[in-house]
Design a protein around this ligand. Sequence first.
Ligand SMILES: Cc1ncc(COP(=O)(O)O)c(C=O)c1O
Length: 404
Amino acid sequence: MGRFVPLSIPNFEGNEETYVLDAVRQGWVSTGGAYITELEEKLVSFTGAPAVAACQSGTAALHLALLECNVQPEDMVIVPTLTFIAAVNPVRYQFADPVFMDCDDSLCMDPEKLARFCREECELRKGVRDKGDAGVPKEADDEEYLVYRRSGQRIRAVIVVHVFGNLADMEAVMDIAARYHLRVIEDATEALGSVFTSGRYAGRMAGTIGDFGAYSFNGNKIITTGGGGAVTAADPGELSHIRYISTQAKDDPLFYVHDEIGYNYRMTNLQAALGVAQMEELPEFIRRKTENYNAYKEQLSGYKKGFLLPFRKNTKPNYWFYSLVLNEDTRKNGVRSLVQRLQEQGVQTRPVWGLIHQQKPYGGCIAYRIEKAVFYSERIINLPSGTQLTEEDLAYVVEVLRGI
Ligand SMILES: Cc1ncc(COP(=O)(O)O)c(C=O)c1O
């Protein structure tokens, strides 16, 4: 059998087997156990987030953040269209409506369009009482909030995705959110470890800048717990409430008193055991991904069929996924057939996601001036980026790309 270079596969070179076996032998396999706390502590010390709650998935982390934002049926939440659909679905879990926003050249949300949408299509209102859970007024009468003018729907929050480990323009996003009273949820599911190196957020990591951050430890992410995730909150009170609703909202664990609707979203100790081992390796994984990105960049210089998408300046990304932007001729010849031909030669690649505003469940939602997302979604393929990628594998990928 010839060479096969996968897109990205989990890497268990460290203490994974030892810790998982330990959790099994201890009998702590469910939603209690020391590995869960240890993973949370490791995430806090690595990211600098004030507190972290481990949960079942990145999707659950995003849902918990939306619940904490008090997103109600018929509210609106601004989301990107160029993303994995899990960044958007939790908006619908709350029976709210997504508003789809375009990307900039980093593939993350375009803050200029976000600002323009808020300025031209929306208005700030105040004075109308907003009912919270169970009809209890939650917000003060004089609090300003943003409304989509055409429908009168309240816009609660914006979900910003740090696509492929590239950081969104958080300075601009945070300024817009402050101006229009929007809560900011960072979808950092792909960006654990990406950090700003200068500017207002120098030293701050993805997931620790907005009101909430979500991480994913799905099998294809930079670290994995099989399935799993974590949520951060700037306000420790909000994080402890998230923790409470993620564990069935138990007010009295002995007599089973519940004052709110809760969720079974807590991570298990088995998953966390894997996560603790993976956290030990995370700096090394980032180092390898950085090195491999730089090697691709060097070896693909002068490549005629496309170019390697750069990451944002003044950041140190985790280089989770590498994007090759195909030129017009190559695109016209068919991205699907290109991916197939690469696969036949043992190089696994993947086209970028289908845009979410074009997906069936989201037909009829507002999509605001989507242009760049269309351009990039038609042209990007992701190259093999696993942490086991060897120098020979990488040279082989480039050779196949050059020959095709
Ligand atoms: C951008 C984005 N958001 C959300 C998710 C959901 O994470 P999970 O698979 O852990 O639910 C993922 C990854 O799967 C993702 O890539």
